[in-house]
Design a protein around this ligand. Structure first.
Ligand code: BES
Ligand code: ZN
Length: 598
């Protein structure tokens, strides 16, 4: 057995063996909660290596064939917490095809198998995957590092009542045999492989876009996402042609742990953005923007994650500005900047190193890097550059960047060299503190300012209310979701205990059906021990699986002894509706014992 090392969160020997294509042939078994079949890997053994090393985690390997004909020897490396283990396969100098016969385990973290009651329709089970960052290896044996791009294809069979979808081309029509064929002809990193199976229907929203959802949610989703086609046009006008053919959105059941996931051709999205008034659709702009930043130009390692997310937040804001105008976009940017400042303050106390754009996550779970730093500090750095060179030059540079690095992977250092050569060197008299932005903790003093005239008004109302606690300070006539959020975030949590009930009866916060507003209100309720809200909070925790909401709620509950008891009780009761990545985060909060280390 060769020596096995972890390189950028992967055991695989991608420097020695090229992985060009994976063909999956899998059956979806809802009863056993199992995918089984084979993955056929097309490789080029460019260094005449004796072994192909792949990443796997909790997969059961049955046998491995070379060139579709003879079995070869294989062995497993030691399990190493969240990385899983190496699958070491003996190959020949000229081996081109390696077929791994396997099945997944019920604990596979990428797979979420939902019971009918966890769906909107309540009648059928549902399966979805979440591969980013290093969970693809729990359902496909692969080189699970973003530096490796490959094409893929798949034959999926499932109960013919259901539709199977992947982040790939297919004709998405149900068929009587429950057989679906998929092709992803463009090379993608493993974290963008995705599959969903369930009772799904489709509605077109334009020539190359549409939405999939359970039938119960389809019309609502179609209404909420009706600007999709305009978003695609505005994105293309900004940074060049959309490279992936169709762009569809799959609206998932509420257990989905993220807001959205940019699976190519098919963004996966949480239903918590269906507010009924299109107020939360910037999330779709975000996932769409990843079609350029992330999917076309990919971060080489998870330490360079800000290249994916910072660019995407910047791009998302530009799409929002072009469709809804500058004032609206400023309001959204200001809200995320405020949230980032809060994360920054707490990270500076607990993990200051994690406030750098370039991270060092090598021995850690890449999930630790998913903070507002990569997203919002990353975006603010790009806004800073824009402010220095002007929008025209900056946009020309970004267009050139996406075009130059398309279908490639980029690390921070490559980006810096390219930025200096192609843009900053043209301004010899100017000083740019690029290195400080990227390699130092905190935020530089030249952090751009964002002002929102709408939110300024809300701040004034909040501060008057904080002083007087008189409802007439708050005029909600023009309020959108964002005004409400800003109001809740600017109320002084320590001084409103006696007026929680009055706020609630006047504005109906506890009974709100807007997941963003609910989350912020329930945080205030917990801080003030406002028990009237608890039944609503419990209901919310029993259905919503989005980590961004669960985390602050469980965190604030866990701050008091009584709250912690309650939090543990609720968590144990509802954890089956939470995906592994959410469970991981909450168990760390409640038990200091994340499941990934067990
Ligand atoms: N790619 C991310 C989600 C992700 C990141 C999953 C890292 C696993 C590891 C996605 O594009 C994203 O950023 N989603 C955000 C929404 C966005 C509007 C900030 C989310 O889920 O909250
Ligand atoms: Zn993102």
């Amino acid at each position: 057995m060769p020596q096995i090392k972890v390189n950028n969160h992967s055991f695989s020997n991608y420097d020695s063996v090229l992985l060009n294509h994976i063909h999956l042939n899998l059956n979806v078994d809802f009863k056993r909660k199992e995918l089984s079949g084979k993955a056929v890997l097309s490789i080029e053994n460019k260094t005449a290596c004796r072994y192909l090393i792949l990443d796997i985690k909790s997969l059961v390997i049955d046998k491995i064939l070379l060139e579709d004909s003879f079995e070869t020897a294989w062995s497993l490396g030691e399990e190493y917490n969240h990385f899983g283990q190496a699958l070491v396969i003996e190959i020949g100098k000229n081996t081109e095809k390696v077929a791994v016969y396997y099945k997944t385990s019920p604990s596979a973290e990428a797979l979420m198998w939902l019971e009918p009651e966890q769906t909107f329709g309540k009648k059928h089970p549902f399966l979805f995957t979440q591969s980013q960052a290093i969970l693809a290896r729990t359902w496909v044996p692969c080189m699970d590092a973003p530096a490796v791009r490959m094409t893929y294809s798949a034959d999926i069979t499932c109960d013919p009542q259901y539709l199977a979808l992947m982040s790939a081309e297919n004709n998405f029509e149900k068929n009587a045999e429950g057989r679906y064929h998929f092709e992803m002809p463009q090379p993608i990193p493993s974290y963008l492989m995705a599959l969903a199976v369930g009772d799904l229907s489709f509605k077109s929203l334009g020539v190359n876009c549409g939405v999939f959802a359970e039938p119960e949610m389809l019309e609502k989703a179609a209404y909420e996402f009706s600007d999709l086609s305009a978003m695609i046009s505005s994105a293309e006008a900004l940074y060049g042609p959309y490279a992936w053919g169709r762009y569809d959105v799959l609206l998932l059941p509420p257990s989905f742990p993220f807001g959205g996931m940019e699976n190519p051709r098919l963004t996966f999205a949480t239903p918590t953005i269906i507010a009924g008034d299109k107020s939360l659709v910037s999330l779709i702009a975000h996932e769409l923007a990843h079609s350029w930043s992330g999917n076309l130009v990919t971060n080489k390692t998870w330490n360079d994650f800000w290249l994916n997310e910072g660019f995407t937040v910047y791009f998302e804001e530009r799409i929002m500005e072009s469709i809804y105008g500058k004032d609206y976009a400023d309001m959204l940017s200001k809200l995320s900047l405020d949230e980032m400042q809060k994360s920054l303050e707490s990270l500076m106390l607990t993990a200051p190193g994690d406030t750098k754009l370039k991270l060092n996550l090598n021995a850690r779970n890449p999930d630790d890097g998913v903070t507002d730093i990569a997203y919002v500090k990353g975006c603010m750095f790009l806004r800073y550059l824009e402010s220095q060179v002007g929008r025209k030059a900056w946009d020309a540079f970004l267009n050139q960047y996406f075009n130059h690095f398309k279908w490639k992977t980029v690390d921070t250092e490559t980006f810096i060299a390219y930025l200096n050569k192609e843009l900053l060197s043209k301004y010899p008299k100017k000083q740019f503190n690029v290195m400080e932005w990227i390699y130092e903790i905190g935020v530089p003093a030249n952090l751009p300012k964002i002002q929102s005239k709408y939110l300024l008004k809300v701040e004034n109302m909040a501060s008057e209310y904080n002083q007087t606690r008189k409802l007439k300070s708050i005029d909600t006539a023009q309020f959108t979701t964002h005004h409400w959020l800003h109001l809740l975030r600017n109320l002084n949590a320590d001084s409103i205990q006696s007026t929680m009930s009055e706020l609630d009866t006047t504005f109906g916060f506890s009974k709100s059906t807007n997941a963003e507003i609910q989350c912020d209100w329930y945080v205030l309720a917990i801080k003030n021990n406002y028990e009237v809200a608890y039944p609503y909070l419990e209901k919310y925790l029993s259905t919503v699986g989005r980590r961004k909401f669960l985390e602050p709620l469980y965190f604030n509950l866990s701050k008091t002894e009584e709250g912690l008891i309650r939090a543990k009780k609720w968590y144990e009761k509802y954890k089956n509706s939470y995906h592994a990545v959410s469970r991981n985060t909450i168990e760390e909060l409640l038990y200091n014992d994340p499941i990934s280390n067990k």
